[in-house]
Design a binder for this molecule. Structure first.
Ligand code: NDP
Length: 455
């Protein structure tokens, strides 16, 4: 993906930083994957701007400013003591307070949180909002837990985290396994401990206590807005396109909603057990009822819609022919083989709603085959962008309508597309939004780091 033929000082510099990262973080495969994708695409910037090399910007940006790791002890409904591990990575605060979600999933470890935190630096910069990069979470598995257990876990988690966050320090939000309910419990505990009302400390809150309209829809809608901009380059739109969306969580559901509103036929969705294929187009009201209201498995869908089929396992979803693929579930869900299948079946565009859903090899396949590619840090930045708008509303004590926030979100996604596209062109990689978004996100943070001295 990142083949650079010239043996310049910049190439040597980038190589040396990456090799050192491998030496010191060799076991953190997800973090190294994210770092490799970004670091090498920045070579043209260091070629043009050697002062960034001299200031050691790359060595500094790959090292989190702070890694917090803590024990979370709570009691389950049976009265048994449970212990989980909590994380918060405060990665970079050059352009604003650390900002990024919390993920509750058994797969969470330091590597996963670091990859997410690293990506978040560039994503947050791209939004044009004054927010730094951070991420956190726990290996707690919310599946099968009662409401009271979720509440007790959130309270125990916040009892440790509260001392490290604040509206001008670090502002967490949701991610996989952390939705409105969990943010509510986390906020309640923060308020109880602090003894004051500081709504700007968390985003994704309920509308009755400082939340923003459109935050729920923001990541999915934003992803579709971004892909729509990209499609306009080839004089196309979502109208009459066949779309496959993976996942059926927050991002997936609202990506489906916006794609349908723009005239697409969305034919598939999934959860971590399997996927549904509904050739006539997904009944979104039914899917929402199953996933958001009943909190049931996606297999329920075919019981009520016999024309659809259900298949066990997740990767098979990419065998379904489509014009546009929107991976909105989790990291590394499209590998090289799946990417090849998508290309063979004529995919025109891939828009990443999830974080790092495509492996580096899969990205190579898209780029080699001229598939339009919207990388995660640009395409899914709508969520954090509206989180920053939530912070602005909390500070001003004034709240905007759904349409006002939606319009701002749409404009932000257009801006991200334009800036990524312009940066790609400026550095000789016209049309490559992966390079463009990495570079555009990086330059703003690098300039701030340069201006703030050696810290
Ligand atoms: P949710 O927890 O709401 O949903 C995740 C969905 O993905 C669930 O349907 C889950 O199924 C499914 N899933 C998990 N693993 C797999 C798998 N291996 N194959 C297929 N489906 C799977 O999370 P979000 O929608 O919030 O997040 C999804 C992705 O988007 C993540 O990568 C997240 O980091 C990213 N993201 C989220 C943002 C947000 O605002 N929420 C912002 C930016 C990025 P099951 O129910 O079985 O677990």
């Amino acid at each position: 993906m990142v083949t650079l033929t010239t043996n310049t000082t910049a190439t040597t510099y980038v190589d040396s930083v990456y090799n050192k990262l491998v030496e010191t973080n060799g076991h953190e495969v997800e973090f190294l994957q994210a770092a490799k994708e970004i670091i090498y695409s920045l070579t043209p910037v260091f070629e043009k701007r050697p002062e960034l090399m001299e200031a050691g910007i790359l060595e500094r940006i790959v090292e989190p400013e702070r890694i917090l790791k803590f024990r979370v002890t709570w009691m389950d409904d049976a009265g048994k003591v449970q212990v989980n591990r909590g994380y918060r990575i405060q990665f970079n605060s050059a352009i604003g307070p650390y900002k990024g979600g919390l993920r509750f999933h058994p797969s969470v470890n330091e590597s996963i949180v670091k990859f997410l935190g690293f990506e978040q630096i560039f994503k947050n910069s791209l939004t044009g909002q004054p927010i730094g990069g951070g991420k956190g979470g726990s290996d707690f598995d919310p599946k099968g837990k009662s409401n009271n257990e979720i509440m007790r876990f959130c309270q125990a988690f916040m009892t440790e985290l509260y001392r490290h966050i604040g509206q001008d320090i670090d502002v967490p939000a949701g991610d996989i396994g952390v939705g409105g309910r969990e943010v509510g419990y986390l906020f309640g505990q923060y308020k109880r401990i602090r003894g004051g009302y500081e709504p700007g400390v968390l985003t994704g809150k309920g509308l009755s206590f400082g939340g923003s309209l459109t935050r729920t829809e923001a990541t999915g809608y934003g992803c579709v807005y971004f892909v729509d901009e990209m499609l306009q380059e080839i004089k196309e739109s979502f109208q009459n396109q066949t779309v496959v969306v993976s996942g059926s969580g927050n991002v997936a559901i609202y990506a489906i909603e916006k794609a349908q509103q723009l005239g697409a036929k969305v034919v598939a969705a999934s959860d971590s057990s399997g996927y549904i294929h509904d050739p006539e187009g997904i009944d979104l009201a039914l899917l929402k009822d199953i996933k958001e209201v009943r909190k049931a498995r996606i297999i329920e869908y075919v019981k009520e819609r016999p024309e659809a089929t259900y298949t066990e396992g997740c990767t098979g979803i990419w065998t379904i022919p489509c014009d546009i693929a929107l991976p909105c579930a989790t990291q590394n869900e499209i590998d090289e083989a799946s990417a090849r299948l998508l290309v063979e079946n004529g995919v025109k565009a891939v828009g990443e709603g999830a974080n790092m859903p495509s492996t580096l090899e899969a990205i190579d396949v898209y780029l080699e085959n001229n598939v339009l590619f919207a990388p995660a840090k640009a395409a899914n930045a709508g969520g954090v962008a509206v989180s920053a708008l939530e912070m602005a509303q909390d500070s001003s004590r004034q709240f905007w309508t759904f349409d006002e926030v939606d319009k701002k979100l749409h404009q932000i996604m257009i801006n991200i597309y334009n800036e990524s596209s312009a940066a790609a062109k400026r550095y000789g990689h016209e049309g490559n939004l992966l390079f463009g978004s990495n570079i555009a996100g990086f330059e703003k943070v690098a300039d701030a780091m340069l201006a703030q001295g050696i810290i």
